[in-house]
Design a binder for this molecule. Structure first.
Ligand SMILES: Nc1ncnc2c1ncn2[C@@H]1O[C@H](COP(=O)(O)OP(=O)(O)O)[C@@H](O)[C@H]1O
Ligand SMILES: [Mg+2]
Length: 334
């Protein structure tokens, strides 16, 4: 029997999504092999331990809850960091596990940090020749010069985003140039680095699920979505839920679908992902244009999430998926 420290909640705005992901993972864990131990983390980043971890984060009280130091994680055989967004999916907590020498699920420090930063991963994809929107990213000191250049070189509509975010928080679509600066200020409320991208004329977004390690990847999908809002916004994701999903996409030529899967595997490899990732694309089915949008190193992980649903299309059960990820954690570096 192996003990699995499940760390969830955390400091990011995706705290609530993380709780639901962790509940799904724990309820699908093979108890013949793995014994889960809950480590809820509150919104201040304080770590606790206890069986009532889910209730604790939702209501503030829970059975046998104790505040613990991060050292407590060392007692586990493996950690499953079910944390989305900053301070969880960005290499920070992965660095702690590396320091402790404890196996953990998912990508390592540099891959998490790179894929969290919408400016830096675009630089890497540019070098590797992967199609993506034209972009420019900048900090506050470079704002004036950057805006001037953006007005001259990028075509409307524009997407303005905090470089390190998630769940579409702080993102605006700009259709007239006089709205650009306001959108940039909105994004600066969430990060000290902002990226402006040319908006791609899309018919839908495609998401591919990747599981495994270099040379031994399972690639599933793509799944498709058509946003209910003017883009796939926070409201669309969690409030109105007007998005239309197609999981998996079947009404495209087989060679197009396999080309997308191949590109997802390439993107996974060039950013040094490990274990799992969801690779997201912007797609126009009329022109066939496909651009890489982003890679999520800890995608939403509930039984209705795109990542898990796509993996199930390969014939794998949720519980087999969790076991595969835990098994991979022990293979890192080998
Ligand atoms: N360059 C772009 N062109 C067209 N739509 C975009 C572009 N960038 C982002 N979007 C839209 O905004 C959404 C959120 O952007 P994304 O970069 O995925 O941020 P997050 O990390 O918060 O999910 C996308 O799912 C898509 O609907
Ligand atoms: Mg996204």
């Amino acid at each position: 029997m192996k003990t699995v420290g499940v760390v969830f909640g955390g400091k990011s705005p995706e705290h609530d999504v993380s709780i639901i992901s962790a509940q799904s993972i724990v309820s699908n864990m093979d108890r013949n092999v793995y014994a889960p131990v809950l480590f809820p983390m509150n919104r201040e980043g304080q770590l606790f331990r206890g069986d009532g971890g889910f209730e604790f984060l939702k209501s503030g009280t829970g059975e046998d809850i104790l505040p613990v130091s991060f050292d407590e994680l060392k007692k586990m055989d493996v950690i499953f960091p079910v944390l989305h967004g900053p301070f969880g999916e960005d290499g920070t907590i992965q660095g702690l596990f590396e320091m402790m020498g404890i196996p953990y699920v998912g990508s390592g420090v540099e891959s998490c940090a790179l894929n969290m930063h919408k400016g830096l991963f675009r630089d890497v994809f540019a070098v590797k020749g992967i199609a993506q929107p034209h972009y420019r990213y900048f900090s506050r000191v470079d704002k004036t010069a950057s805006l001037k250049e953006i007005r001259q070189t990028l075509a409307l509509p524009l997407f303005v985003k905090p470089c390190r975010g998630g769940s579409s928080i702080g993102i605006s679509r700009v259709d007239t140039i006089d709205k650009l600066e306001e959108a940039v200020e909105t994004a600066f409320r969430y990060d000290d680095c902002v990226i402006v991208e040319e908006g791609i004329d899309i018919t839908e977004e495609l998401e591919v699920a990747v599981l495994g390690r270099p040379g031994r990847l399972t690639v599933a999908g793509p799944g498709g979505l058509i946003a209910g809002d003017i883009f796939y916004s926070y409201d669309d994701k969690y409030v109105n839920k007007r998005t239309r999903f197609q999981i998996p996409v079947e009404d495209l030529p087989a060679e197009v679908l396999s080309g997308i899967r191949k590109l997802a595997a390439t993107a996974f490899a060039v950013t040094n992902c490990f274990g799992l990732a969801r690779v997201d694309f912007l797609f126009n089915r009329n022109s066939g244009y496909l651009a890489l949008n982003e890679i999520n190193t800890m995608p939403g992980f509930t039984d209705i999430s795109m990542y898990t649903k796509l993996m199930m299309t390969t014939g794998m059960s949720f519980s087999e998926l969790v076991s595969a990820l835990l098994d991979l954690a022990f293979q890192r570096g080998r």
